[in-house]
Design a protein around this ligand. Structure first.
Ligand code: DGJ
Length: 344
């Protein structure tokens, strides 16, 4: 049995194979942690699907198999058609009792750039793929991104995260949830509120569309633009003491770069940038990682776990994970420090 985290090293599952849940998301449900991610064992293209692992201690993970198989996804997302899915996250809806997965649905070349949504009755799947689409249609000052057909389809949807607040603002019995994603060809980050069942954005149906899209009419209400033309990726939100934190990376492909964190008093922002949360990170690469998740450990003491990916583009399957202690001080400062090995 393992009882330490070893950031940047291979991490065997219960079958002795390196965990393949890259760009992943964690869900705590009935005292069990579930870790979902890209199964990159066969390389870059989506030839496997979304994996799931379970654990009661965060050190030892049981492989629960492929919870969303690539062959159960729409044809354009399958590996044989150059499909790829990235950064899946799963949340639980208290009202529908469903597990909802959102993901960045993509193809090699990064022009498909859409949100994929899937649901399951169990945390360990199987998940049923519902659709892929884009949640916002907005013409930015610098124009639509032509590479991703933003004018026709809506603004592009890439690196993403979902956050469920502990607030039910409209009293519908379901806590508010928000999707965060890099849009406008990665130039600007979007945040949008989800609907009551968390399967799309929070808007009534529109006559000319199967699924509604936010437009400039709702800007600042149901959705917002943050870090305008600042090229931020890997959005990683969490909440501490009624303050909304958001860690992001720069945009340098698979190469690690310097993280930044920002704070706001509402999930939709406005976010104000505070700086690099990594202390002692001499080469300013987020300790050779890219942010992906912040998991509460002892939040009452400001203690969280930073979860990042250390991408190995030449061998994505063996990309290690970087899990480090993250502390929020009494003054609200976020501090991440390197550890060769550590225990919670
Ligand atoms: C950085 C993103 O954060 C990753 O999820 C992936 O899309 C790579 N870029 C691809 O270069």
């Amino acid at each position: 049995m393992r009882n330490v985290f070893k950031p940047g090293q291979l991490w065997p599952d219960d079958q002795g194979r390196h965990i393949s849940a890259h760009g992943g998301g964690l869900l705590l449900h009935k005292d069990i942690y579930y870790w979902y991610g890209e199964d990159n064992t066969e390389g870059y293209l989506n030839t496997v699907g979304i994996s799931c692992y379970s654990s009661s201690d965060l050190y030892n993970w049981k492989n629960e198999g492929t919870v969303l198989k690539q062959e159960d996804m729409p044809a354009p997302l399958q590996g044989k058609n150059n499909g790829r899915v990235e950064r899946p996250k799963v949340i639980y809806n208290e009202k529908t009792k469903k597990f909802i997965m959102w993901m960045h649905a993509e193809q090699a070349g990064y022009a498909l750039s859409s949100a994929g949504v899937a649901v399951s009755d169990q945390p360990t799947g199987p998940f049923t793929f519902l659709f892929y689409d884009r949640p916002v249609l907005f013409e930015p000052e610098e124009g639509y991104d032509a590479h991703t057909n933003e004018k026709e389809l809506g603004n592009s949807f890439r690196d993403m995260h979902i956050f469920v607040d502990n607030v039910d603002s409209n009293g519908d019995g379901v806590n508010d949830a928000y999707i965060y994603y890099s849009s406008e060809g990665n130039w600007t980050l979007y945040i949008a509120r989800l609907n009551e069942d968390y399967t799309w954005i929070d808007l009534p149906t529109q006559p000319d569309r199967v699924r509604p899209q936010y437009t400039k009419e709702q800007l600042g209400e149901g959705w917002s633009r943050q870090f305008i033309r600042k090229m931020r990726e890997a959005p990683t939100p969490f909440k501490h003491n009624d303050c909304y934190y958001l860690i992001t990376s720069g945009c340098t492909g698979w190469e690690p770069n310097q993280a930044e964190y920002a704070i706001a008093d509402h999930p939709l922002g406005v976010y104000s940038v505070k700086g690099d949360p990594c202390h002692g990170d001499e080469d300013r690469t987020t300790f050779g990682s890219q942010s992906n998740f912040v998991l509460p450990l002892r939040p009452e003491n400001g203690e969280y776990i930073y979860v990042g990916d250390r991408w190995k583009p030449e061998d994505l399957a063996h990309s290690p994970y970087v899990w480090l202690p993250l502390k929020v001080t009494e003054q609200g400062e976020v501090i991440i420090e390197w550890r060769e090995s550590w225990s919670k």
